[in-house]
Design a protein around this ligand. Structure first.
Ligand code: S3P
Length: 188
């Protein structure tokens, strides 16, 4: 992977939060980005499962989506209060106004934007996503794109998650982050 010198110099002073729909690659790209930058990585959904002591499908089935969203808000607030990390969030997190406001004010947000075919293909590889089990995953994802993409568009940075190698998307993401952080320094 060709890395620019700017990428080596990235030292995020705030957490970097990966947002986007299920299947966009938030955890995978976030983890690799963290390794590249030498910053710790944390997956908010994994933290939710640990905090709740049960799986996400179990929370949805036994306590309902709202209970999941409540835990999600608490976990993300806790992560944002900690030292800088690369944080992968679940696809619905940024839709919650409280979560969104905190992310926009206390972190750098990256929307991994992907097309429907890619999301359908990638989500088909792993289950455990209760929202996609309510009907046809393609139709559900299509609806969620209409609902959520205008909100995700508020992110600081947008990176297209294309049908290319992980290394290429990580590289694009690191480059976009470096440019964004440099632009912020210049405007100070
Ligand atoms: C959800 C996305 C999931 C998980 C939960 C709800 C959503 O995470 O948080 O099933 O509302 O889009 P991923 O985006 O990591 O699959």
């Amino acid at each position: 992977m060709a890395e620019t010198s700017a990428q080596h110099q990235i030292k995020p002073s705030k957490s970097v939060v990966m947002i986007g729909l299920m299947g966009a690659g938030k955890s995978r790209i976030g983890r690799e980005l963290a390794a590249l930058l030498g910053v710790p990585f944390v997956d908010a959904d994994t933290e939710i499962v640990e905090a709740a002591g049960c799986s996400i499908p179990y929370i949805f089935e036994h306590y309902g989506e709202q209970a999941f969203r409540d835990v999600e808000l608490r976990v993300i607030n806790r992560l944002l209060d900690g030292p800088p990390h690369i944080i992968a969030t679940g696809g619905g997190a940024f839709l919650n106004e409280n979560v969104r406001t905190r992310i926009l004010n206390h972190a750098t947000s990256i929307w991994l934007r992907a097309e429907l075919d890619i999301l359908v293909e990638r989500t088909g590889r792993r289950g455990g996503r209760p929202l996609l089990e309510k009907g046809d995953p393609r139709e559900i994802l299509d609806e969620l794109m209409k609902e959520r993409y205008p909100v995700y568009a508020m992110a600081d940075i947008i990176v297209d998650s294309l049908d290319v190698t992980i290394a290429d998307t990580v590289n694009d993401t690191a480059k976009a982050l470096a440019e964004f952080l440099e632009g912020q320094q210049d405007s100070q």
